[in-house]
Design a protein around this ligand. Structure first.
Ligand SMILES: Cc1cc2nc3c(=O)[nH]c(=O)nc-3n(C[C@H](O)[C@H](O)[C@H](O)COP(=O)(O)OP(=O)(O)OC[C@H]3O[C@@H](n4cnc5c(N)ncnc54)[C@H](O)[C@@H]3O)c2cc1C
Length: 321
């Protein structure tokens, strides 16, 4: 009986992989099960050190050039075989954009239930996941009854914690015979220096209040200073001002950064669905009655074209000190 954690990488291990390991470690302890992990990629190199202190018993490593980038043909059969071999009772992955597809594909192949986007996990004679429903207005406790119980954990809702520095036993595995219909040769980043939205620690978003697409440069300037990812409301996407990949919300991406700055966004329930679990929410809106002020920690009633450049300048000065 064991817990298996899927470690996400893009060359380097992602922070969400360490978050998943943190959650998996607690569940394994509480359930009295062994914890194992699987890394699939080009090369783990010296990153095994990052996996010390989670109580991982065995770290299964599948290294191959063809496994550099995620593909369901390559990764899913490996996890399915390993989960069966280990008799995994619980499988935990990450709810990043890639992780959600990975977990869904594994669950599909294993024929088990999957809870995506859990914001907390507990063990009570079985796995219980905290899952936001109704656009984040309700947090439900979902008991997962299938075996293995499978869940993906929303990035940034867990603080990475280690207990000691015991290293896992490395178990290097040969590349299995796979029917790879597609091999991703290369991945081009959308733009140099951009930060992936779902994993960003800070997200600054713009909405219809920007008036036109050109004005996203005001928000981008704040992002550049803070090292933040650029988000948007759906209204801005629908207006053709920004690509859908930046959309935050029910039909966009779900983010849980330490800091979310909403500029010229009214705070519709569908937008909130994508950002209300952020740790600190700052809202800038000229309408004091805007819904966003009901869920924010700090609200600034004002014209974003005055407030955002002033904030950017202040942040630039403080961060330069
Ligand atoms: C099925 C469905 C799914 C949806 N999914 C999503 C989703 O994923 N994400 C999403 O965001 N929306 C989604 N929506 C749309 C959502 O209902 C809202 O229409 C949308 O979020 C509004 O975007 P907004 O806040 O930018 O625009 P508005 O609601 O028009 O708000 C603009 C705000 O800007 C303020 N403003 C104007 N000028 C300034 C200024 N100069 N300075 C400061 N403030 C200013 C205004 O006071 C106003 O509050 C969905 C809707 C449906 C029906």
């Amino acid at each position: 009986m064991s817990v298996l954690v899927l470690l996400e990488q893009r060359g380097d291990l992602k922070n969400c992989a360490l978050e998943a390991a943190t959650v998996a470690s607690k569940i394994a302890k509480k359930a009295g099960m062994e914890l194992n992990a699987v890394f699939i990629g080009k090369s783990l190199d010296d990153q095994a050190d990052l996996l010390k202190g989670f109580g991982i018993s065995k770290l299964f490593v599948y290294e191959n050039e063809q496994l550099t980038h995620y593909s369901s043909d390559g990764y899913v059969p490996i996890v399915r075989e390993l989960a069966n071999e280990l008799g995994a009772k619980v499988i935990i992955g990450s709810a990043s954009a890639l992780g959600k597809e990975f977990c869904a594909s594994v669950a599909g192949r294993l024929g088990v239930e999957l809870v995506q986007e859990a914001i907390g996990l507990d063990w009570d004679n079985g796995l219980v996941a905290k899952k936001p429903v109704y656009a984040g207005k309700v947090i439900s406790d979902v008991r997962i009854t299938s075996e293995p119980a499978m869940v993906s954990v929303r990035p940034n809702v867990v603080v990475v914690e280690r207990d000691g520095d015991t290293a896992p036993e490395l178990v290097k595995r040969e590349m299995p015979q796979l029917d790879l219909r597609t091999v991703i040769k290369d991945v081009a980043e959308a733009a140099v220096g951009t930060v992936e939205l779902t994993e960003a620690k800070i997200v600054c978003s713009g909405g219809r209040g920007l008036g036109e697409g050109e004005n996203f440069k005001v928000i981008q300037a704040l992002c550049d200073v803070l090292g933040a990812a650029l988000g948007s409301s759906r209204a801005a996407v629908d207006a053709g001002w920004i690509h859908h990949s930046h959309q935050v919300g029910q039909t966009g991406k779900v983010v849980s950064p330490d800091l979310y700055v909403a500029c010229g966004i009214s705070g519709a329930i569908q937008h909130q669905a994508g950002m209300r679990t952020s740790r600190i929410i700052v809202a800038i809106n000229k309408d004091p009655e805007a819904n966003i002020f009901k869920i924010c920690d700090y609200g600034i009633v004002g014209d974003l074209f005055e407030v955002v450049p002033a904030l950017t300048e202040e942040a630039r000065k403080i961060l330069a000190e």
